[in-house]
Design a binder for this molecule. Structure first.
Ligand code: PXP
Length: 241
């Protein structure tokens, strides 16, 4: 059965808006686990715009499920990941000026470099994922790199305004899932997924995890975090394997 992993970055976004002490991402992570999340995701960005180093440390200490650490492929982040020892890392691209992660990581032509980057993490037993677009060349490259998972970037699908554009993006993702599965890669999906657009994947086999943050935190403002996570977990529970 596919599962829900909850990204708590936006709890930190709210706190950092006042550079204060609340709300606390580690508490949100704990509540998300109680409501059905099977993993907690944080992205420690190079510019520390939301999650701070102490958040990752606290969540590492208090996480009862698994910690999925999103990171840029930099020496600094590699060192932090080796210290924190999350269950999984996901390599993501980072640009300082972007509002959020805008596209997938470019893996084509970087196969040897990224394989080498991941080697010390793999040696420590940390499993890896690559956040990529549903592009056949990127999926091939991810397979060469030897990550266990790919996370297909669903943002273009989620952001599409026109139905035709949305269908094209959805088909790309579905083709990508098939290609990755044929290569033996495990597939996660994430970015921009909400309580409605996720339903397109209900009958799609072969998805391991959904990585969701913004829509859950947005709903939590109205109904509370417990209910917002439960609502999403319940939807995913009806999905095929
Ligand atoms: N997956 C990755 C790699 C991301 O960078 C993000 C955003 O931080 C997400 C998933 C979650 O996206 P959203 O917050 O839109 O649900």
């Amino acid at each position: 059965m596919p599962v829900l992993c909850v990204n708590v970055d936006h709890v930190a976004t709210l706190r950092q808006a006042r550079m204060g002490i609340e709300p606390e991402p580690a508490t949100a992570a704990y509540m998300a686990e109680m409501a059905g999340a099977v993993g907690i995701i944080t992205h420690l960005r190079e510019d520390r715009r939301h999650i701070q180093d102490r958040d990752v440390e606290m969540i590492r200490k208090t996480c009862n499920t698994r910690l999925h650490f999103e990171m840029a492929a930099t020496a600094e982040m590699q060192g932090i990941a080796l210290d924190i020892d999350p269950e999984t890392v996901c390599l993501v691209p980072e640009k300082r000026e972007e509002l959020t992660t805008e596209g997938g990581l470019n893996c084509v032509g970087r196969e040897a470099e990224l394989k080498e980057f991941l080697a010390p993490l793999h040696a420590k037993g940390i499993r890896s994922s690559l956040f990529i677009d549903a592009d056949p060349a990127q999926i091939e490259a991810a397979n060469t790199i030897g990550a266990e998972f790919i996370e297909i970037h669903t943002g273009h699908y989620a952001d599409a305004k026109e139905i035709n554009e949305r269908n094209v993006e959805l088909s790309r993702i579905l083709d990508g899932i098939r290609q990755a599965r044929n290569l033996g890669l495990k597939v996660n999906l994430g970015h921009g997924l909400n309580y409605r657009n996720i339903l397109a994947f209900k009958n799609v086999p072969g998805i391991s995890e959904y990585s969701i943050g913004h829509s859950i935190m947005a709903r939590a403002i109205y109904v509370g975090l417990d209910r917002a996570v439960r609502d999403m977990a319940e939807i995913i529970r009806t999905f095929v394997d």
